[in-house]
Design a protein around this ligand. Structure first.
Ligand SMILES: [Zn+2]
Length: 352
């Protein structure tokens, strides 16, 4: 039997989630399923079944912590199944065990995946915070943003949709609520990725939505926090500034206190703004967070740097009110008609 010969089809599974995902991962191959004998369902070879098991049980059991996330379930050829199974998964797990010769077990994550990282912990303590902020400003690269580049800013229900000034940052009295702006210091948020802008604005079908295309009028100096920071040999995940910053921008509202401190330090240091990873990067690209190879972060593996970098979509934050001061110009404004909203989803076990 060749490696790419099908061994199961979507109908072999009883759980709805596994059936759906098998139908999506599987391929059209004529003939009867070698396992159940049915015809007309998508079929999976060995590797496809492995991908299905990973997507459902590993990615599907991903548990978010304050900073970081880790799967609760793993599987491999060395262990027997020791997780408790809901009755509707019993038969499917037995099938996967038999065909892949694997067992499913509770994953004991390496603690860095849950945010046990020295620079991240130091950033959260007020006594040591400044030293990490200084390192971030010193170690991340500066990037020029020139007048032949552009970015988007989306507004929902603006009072004067055609007025360029309505695409500037909000007036100072309204600042202090976002990921990077502190009270009295407005920030113009945008992105070169239009879909990310729409996501960030949490647009609904009832809204009147407009998008402005903006460009700098002179070269702006930005601190680029969206890059994968190459750290020296021997720097582990537990000491990594790169993973600290990466986790910080994938965290929710509780992280804003820290991200605002970094932004304010960059403003005081004379930067015109920041490039930072979008919170929605992974959702937009449909990627699993914090992927590892044998417990080592893929971000720490040189051969995977490019692959990892591609998982970050940059966002833009410009200090002050750059449209009003003339350092950024509105090139055009379009109405945005939301014609279809699609959700991509996959499944996972419900747990005990
Ligand atoms: Zn089948």
């Amino acid at each position: 039997m060749a490696d790419d010969d099908p061994i199961v089809c979507s109908r072999c599974f009883t759980d709805t989630g596994l059936r759906f995902d098998a139908e999506r991962i599987g391929i059209d191959v004529p003939g009867a399923c070698p396992n159940c004998g049915a015809e007309g369902f998508k079929k999976l070879p060995q590797a496809g079944l492995g991908a299905l098991a990973h997507r459902y049980f590993v990615w599907g059991s991903m548990w978010r912590t304050r900073y970081g996330a880790a799967p609760l379930v793993e599987f491999n050829e060395h262990q027997k199944t020791s997780i408790e199974l809901q009755p509707w998964l019993e038969q499917d797990v037995r099938l996967i065990e038999r065909l892949l010769k694997v067992g499913f077990f509770h994953y004991g994550p390496r603690l860095w995946m849950l945010g046990e990282i020295e620079p991240l912990k130091a950033l959260q303590r007020s006594r040591t915070r400044q030293s990490i902020v200084d390192r971030i400003l010193g170690e991340y690269p500066e990037r020029s943003f020139s007048s032949d580049e552009s970015f988007y800013r989306v507004r929902v229900n603006p009072s004067a949709p055609g007025a360029p000034s309505h695409y500037d940052s909000p007036p100072p009295e309204h600042s202090g609520r976002g990921r990077l702006d502190v009270k009295g210091q407005p920030i113009l948020y945008g992105s070169p990725d239009l879909e990310i802008c729409i996501h960030e604005c949490r647009v609904t079908a009832e809204d009147d939505v407009f998008v402005a295309t903006l460009s700098p009028t002179k070269t702006l100096r930005l601190l680029d926090l969206s890059v994968l920071l190459k750290e020296g040999e021997g720097v582990t995940e537990f000491e990594s500034l790169d993973i600290t910053v990466h986790m910080l921008f994938l965290a929710g509202r509780h992280s804003y206190r820290l991200t605002r401190t970094i932004a304010e330090a960059a403003r005081i240091a004379g930067f015109d703004g920041l490039i930072y990873p979008s919170y929605f990067s992974l959702l937009r690209l449909g990627k699993m967070p914090f992927q590892t190879v044998y417990g080592i972060s893929q971000r720490c593996i040189e051969q995977l740097h490019e692959h990892e970098q591609a998982k970050t979509i940059p966002n833009l934050a410009l200090f002050g009110r750059p449209v009003a001061t003339g350092s950024v110009a509105v090139k055009c404004i379009d109405r945005l008609v939301i014609s279809r909203v699609a959700y991509e989803f996959h499944f996972g076990p419900t747990g005990a």
